[in-house]
Design a protein around this ligand. Sequence first.
Ligand SMILES: C[S@@+](CC[C@H](N)C(=O)[O-])C[C@H]1O[C@@H](n2cnc3c(N)ncnc32)[C@H](O)[C@@H]1O
Length: 282
Amino acid sequence: MEIPSDFSAASGSQVRREFGDYEGAGIAEYYDASYVVRQRSDLDFYTGCTARYGDPVLELGCGTGRVLLRLAQAGYRVTGIDLSERMLSRCREKLPDLPGEVRDRVRLVAGDMTAFDLKETFPLVIVPFRPFQHLLRTEDQLACLARVKRHLAPAGRLVFDLFQTDPRRMHDPCFLEEHPVPGEVTLPDGRKVRMAERTREYHRAIQCNDVELVYDVSFPDGRSERVVNPFRIRYFFRYEVEHLLARAGFRVAELFGDFSRGPLRDDSAEMIFVAAHAGSGG
Ligand SMILES: C[S@@+](CC[C@H](N)C(=O)[O-])C[C@H]1O[C@@H](n2cnc3c(N)ncnc32)[C@H](O)[C@@H]1O
């Protein structure tokens, strides 16, 4: 991805421009602390799915273990796959603080969700907080679904969430401005982090936006730095996903618009798909 060169820093700050995706230090470092992540209300939903469909669970794009560790703490066995070593390292760093029996329920695998082979099937495969939207091309999305198909038990479920596309976020110039994310976070070492986001460029023909997450960090010794994480995100529409799932041999068993299992509505922020093997009952 082309890294923007004209991003202006808050005066007096060093600017650290990261690579796209999750291999920059910034996103892995501040992911758990960020308001956007902390205000997610999906943990009970994914725990409930596990109670319903059983374990072991396979989580694709497990990141820092936000969902995965919650499931392990609730007593479920869970395997997490992630492409980013940095995100997986953040997850591994949390393990020593957990009881041995919780750690024993966790398996972490460095890998690509479009090309993995664990030689095992799971009653539940989950993809929480939009990792599927990092699969930009249809062939990557189909490759991922083919991998899931192979790893999903006959009566199993694939559960994943996407944002419901707000049409304004396909073109409105107002999102090209930097928007502060509410709340300043203080890390245990005293660093204070403020976050902002903005869209860098719209690419409607390929249903992608180039976005930037911006972290303004103040150190206890008075230094400050700005970390910019650019990445490209794919946006989807409801019936496109239904067609994609059908093409990959799945059917939509349930569709929700929020994590309280409410229906998808015009103003729902989320699209949460529960998919089953096409032709399976229930
Ligand atoms: C928004 S985070 C979600 C993390 C976690 N599921 C959660 O709910 O907090 C997206 C994650 O997807 C991972 N990811 C992106 N593309 C991937 C791929 N092709 N294969 C595996 N992981 C991928 C990223 O490294 C990142 O950790």
